[in-house]
Design a protein around this ligand. Structure first.
Ligand SMILES: Cc1cc2nc3c(=O)[nH]c(=O)nc-3n(C[C@H](O)[C@H](O)[C@H](O)COP(=O)(O)O)c2cc1C
Length: 427
């Protein structure tokens, strides 16, 4: 893959996200470096094969991703994005076909000390099976203790974060700091395997000079799968993900590797699966505003618009600016038995919707209200709307209206009306 292999609408769209959009609508600082992180994805580094059709997607997806004895229904995994991939968004992504979703990173020390905030991160949706918890820390004993807690008993897969490059994490020896201590990292994996009661243990790591040797050490310690983000810790989120480096790790290991970094389209998924010897693809920012990426939606469900990626200006977006793509996408997934349908998310039932599943953007808000207080639902949704509205005509006006809304019911009504006005998904 070369840097020019990109057909993404997101290249333009996401640049806006990293800029004013985030401030204007979300009004949140979000994770450190997130603006620059999002600005990087979908640009020249976005990975894609340049083929607009869905042809080949099914065959690329056909190979099962096996984590220990667990076989995923899809090799596509939603990456953990602290502050974004809460239980509501994960549920939506599962509706759309994600084979696995992972909790936001959860401190083993926080769990052992009984922190309520930490425990909150462990909530899962009914459709999150198999379920996966991501833990972070650097003391094997704390991992063992945490895994003995009832709070972690229900998880099917245990993932360890060895990739987070943020100083507040690495200064304690956690996250990507473990990459420089393979012996300790292996001890953590072994401790989790021992305390996990037969559940598979996976690791999310980054590339670096000795990544292959490091990955082998984790494998020898009992890791069942690795997710590899193709950037070094020093890069944080800048530059393009190095998929050749991911491929080299994948080919060197006897266990499955899921590649991660800059995949923002179905085309990118297909290219990664075909080209780099990975068994799965983990998608983070590319799922924001576009959970349908997990359904193989571009090409087919977006009415022939290739690229997928971020909901963009060229049509087929959730706000129906061009061809009501969101609803056709819903139908497509429903036909595959994907969506749980409107009945399961009826905080704001709407007679105009009838039997149809709600479009993802509205279902997202419904799920938020199901799990969180109104205030969180509104602020949480605003953060995601930055992505849903990327490149949508009239978004600026809508964003300023939304910024003034304080209740989820008001937000739902406004979004629904915007959908109607654009001649979109309900007409
Ligand atoms: C805001 C934000 C939060 C993140 N939180 C986590 C996390 O909790 N655990 C983790 O392993 N990685 C986390 N990451 C890294 C992502 O999982 C992923 O590796 C990275 O965004 C590259 O993938 P992408 O290009 O598909 O987004 C985070 C990244 C961002 C931008």
């Amino acid at each position: 893959m070369t840097a020019g292999d990109t057909i993404e609408r997101g290249a333009v769209a996401i640049a806006g996200v990293g800029g004013n959009g985030a401030v204007a609508i979300a009004g949140v600082g979000s994770a450190e470096g997130f603006a620059s992180a999002t600005a990087g994805v979908g640009g020249n580094g976005a990975i894609a094969d340049g083929v607009g059709s869905a042809e080949g997607f099914a065959s690329a997806m056909a190979a099962a991703l096996k984590i220990g004895k667990i076989v995923l229904t899809s090799p596509l995994i939603l990456a953990p994005l602290a502050g974004y991939t809460d239980v509501a968004f994960r549920r939506l992504c599962r509706d759309c076909g994600a084979g696995l979703t992972v909790t936001e990173m959860t401190s083993v020390k926080g769990l052992c000390y009984g922190s309520r905030n930490t425990r909150e991160l462990l909530r899962t949706a009914p459709n999150e099976r198999p379920s996966c918890v991501q833990l972070f820390g650097s003391d094997p004993a704390f991992f063992e203790r945490a895994l003995a807690l009832p709070e972690l008993a229900g998880f099917d897969i245990i993932d360890v974060n060895m990739g987070c490059p943020m100083p507040k994490i690495t200064k304690n020896g956690d996250g990507s700091a473990l990459l420089s201590d393979p012996a300790k990292a292996a001890k953590i994996v072994a401790a989790c395997v021992k305390a996990g009661g037969g559940r598979p243990v996976t690791v999310k790591m980054r590339i670096f000079g000795d990544a292959i040797a490091f990955a082998r050490a984790l494998c020898d310690a009992g890791a069942a799968m690795l997710a590899v983000h193709g950037r070094t810790p020093a890069q944080r989120y800048s530059g393009a993900a190095d998929w050749d480096a991911i491929g080299n790790i994948a080919r060197a290991l006897p266990i499955p590797v899921a590649g991660n970094g800059d995949v923002v389209s179905v085309s990118g998924v297909r290219f990664a699966l075909k080209t780099y010897g990975v068994s799965g693809v983990m998608i983070g920012r590319g799922a924001l505003g576009n959970p349908a990426i997990f359904s193989g939606a571009d090409g087919d469900y977006f009415g022939g618009h290739s690229g997928g990626g971020y909901v963009g200006a060229s049509g087929g977006d959730y706000f129906g600016a061009a061809n009501g793509g969101a609803f056709s996408e819903c139908r497509g997934v429903a036909a595959n038995g994907g969506y749980a349908g409107a009945a399961c998310c009826d905080s704001f039932p709407d007679s105009a919707v009838g039997e149809r599943p709600l479009p993802p953007v509205l279902r997202h808000l419904n799920y938020l209200t199901e799990y969180f207080p109104d205030r969180y639902a509104v602020t949480g949704m605003r953060k995601h709307l930055v992505y849903y509205l990327c490149g949508v005509p009239g978004a600026k006006r809508l964003k300023s209206k939304i910024a003034a809304l304080e209740t989820a019911a008001g937000l739902f009504a406004e979004l629904k009306s915007a959908l109607y006005q654009n001649g979109g998904v309900f007409t």
